[in-house]
Design a protein around this ligand. Structure first.
Ligand code: SF4
Length: 418
């Protein structure tokens, strides 16, 4: 296995939204932003020159607000294109207020294929309640600018926003459809500890998001988007034909990915981790690896997940610091099942059979049985002549399993415990 997906994090925003607990700091210092873009570019060039991006199929520049980097973002896009010759999809996250027609064209020309816009709502009062900088009108213009540049556009929406009603949520969904975006992601607002939104709710300025209302909003999104030709393919993601985000699908299907930048997460198999350890300055994963990274011991972790701390990028001196989490083969298999069930297509019988090699069969069979008995999942019938042994059948989430995702995912993640 090799790196097939690359994520770059831009930890800056023009202003902090009230609900946000992501790693993003307010920044309007043009010199600092240009410097960060230059460092990201150099990091990508180093990784490319070392041959680590040869198999990379998707890249995603997220944040934060990548479009705050302006023309520097287009340079980073170009560097990724040069360093990753097999790339098939390159997404930039953007906020409506920091996108312009010129920037959208520059991104497309540099090699971006998608733009994921943080719209959240097409209602000005709700946007103000969230502390967003843009208006609904600006969001509509930003979608048109990105589409005119030839980018595939995704729109992020949020339900359970203070002041939101069922009618305003329907209007937002219909506006998203009318905008011509090919992809829509829908998230329930959560109130994170220490945020301005939490303080406002504590003071009684806003009511807390109502979970039942949010569940109704998720149902309405499914209905409105489905009728408009969007298919749900993941618990929060809807796409017109051919417009699913391949990069996000990589996260849910166990594809190895590398994250660069403060707070960026990576997931690699043991062999790729050993290959990259010196180049990225990754920590040793206990005694499982040989002293110079060559050779992977039989009892090595199957999967390693690491998150970058601090501001240094890989290859810089001194290099970044990482938090490391090692997953056993059993934990990795349970994770694959749990993530697979986020997807509308569920998990294949082949994946279940592979999981059964490391998870006790009776425990796995029990989890499948409970999921089906509780109406959280079902077996899709195998095509004629094919059975589970040939991978012809799939275990898929039901509508109830989609709504009660945590119950379904918990059943399979519990299989990780030895
Ligand atoms: S734009 Fe996104 S990352 Fe930036 S502060 Fe708002 S929610 Fe957070």
């Amino acid at each position: 296995m090799a790196i097939e997906a690359l994520y770059l994090h831009v930890p800056f925003c023009a202003l902090k939204c009230r609900y946000c607990d992501f790693d993003s700091a307010p920044c309007r210092d043009a010199g600092l932003l240009a410097g960060y873009a230059g460092r990201l570019r150099s990091c990508v060039e180093r990784l490319g020159a070392q041959g680590f991006l040869g198999a990379c199929r998707t890249a995603y520049i997220g944040g934060g607000t990548p479009t705050l980097l302006g023309a520097g973002l287009a340079e980073v896009v170009r560097a990724i294109r040069d360093a990753a010759p097999a790339l098939e999809e390159l997404t930039c996250e953007a906020n409506p207020e920091s996108l312009s027609a010129a920037l959208a064209f520059a991104l497309k020309e540099a090699g971006a294929t998608r733009l994921s816009l943080g719209v959240q709502s097409f209602c000005d009062e709700e946007l103000a309640a969230l502390g967003r900088l843009h208006t609904a009108a600006r969001a509509r213009v930003a979608v048109s600018e990105a589409r005119a540049a030839g980018l595939n556009v995704s729109v992020d929406l949020m339900c359970g926003i203070p002041l939101q009603t069922a009618a305003s949520w329907r209007d937002t969904l219909e506006d998203a459809v009318k905008s011509g975006a090919g992809h829509v992601s829908v998230y329930p607002l959560t109130v994170e500890e220490g945020t301005a939104l939490e303080r406002l709710i504590d003071r009684g300025a806003f009511a807390e998001p109502d979970e039942d209302f949010q569940a109704c909003c998720m149902e309405m999104a499914r209905e409105v988007l489905f009728q408009a030709g969007f298919a749900p393919y993941e618990v929060a993601s809807y796409a017109r034909p051919g417009k699913a985000c391949r990069h996000n699908v990589a996260y849910w299907t166990g594809v190895p990915y590398l994250g660069v930048g403060r707070s960026a997460a990576s997931m690699l198999d043991a062999r790729t981790y050993a290959d990259l350890r010196d180049a990225l300055g990754l920590p040793e994963a206990g005694a499982a690896f040989g002293p110079s990274g060559e050779g992977v011991a039989a009892d090595a972790p199957a999967r390693l997940r690491f998150t970058q701390r601090g501001d240094a990028l890989p290859g810089e001196d001194p290099g970044p610091v990482f938090d490391l989490e090692c997953l056993s083969a059993r934990e990795a298999a349970a994770e694959d099942l749990m993530l697979g069930l986020r997807m509308t297509g569920g998990v294949s019988a082949e994946l279940l059979a592979r999981a059964a090699a490391v998870i006790p069969r009776d425990a796995l069979a029990r989890a499948v049985k409970v999921a089906c008995a509780e109406g959280l999942a079902f077996w899709e019938d195998a095509p004629a002549g094919k059975g589970p042994a040939t991978g012809g059948a799939r275990l898929m989430p039901t509508r109830r399993g989609w709504l009660l995702g945590n119950e379904l995912y918990g059943l399979f993640w519990d299989l990780a415990a030895s």
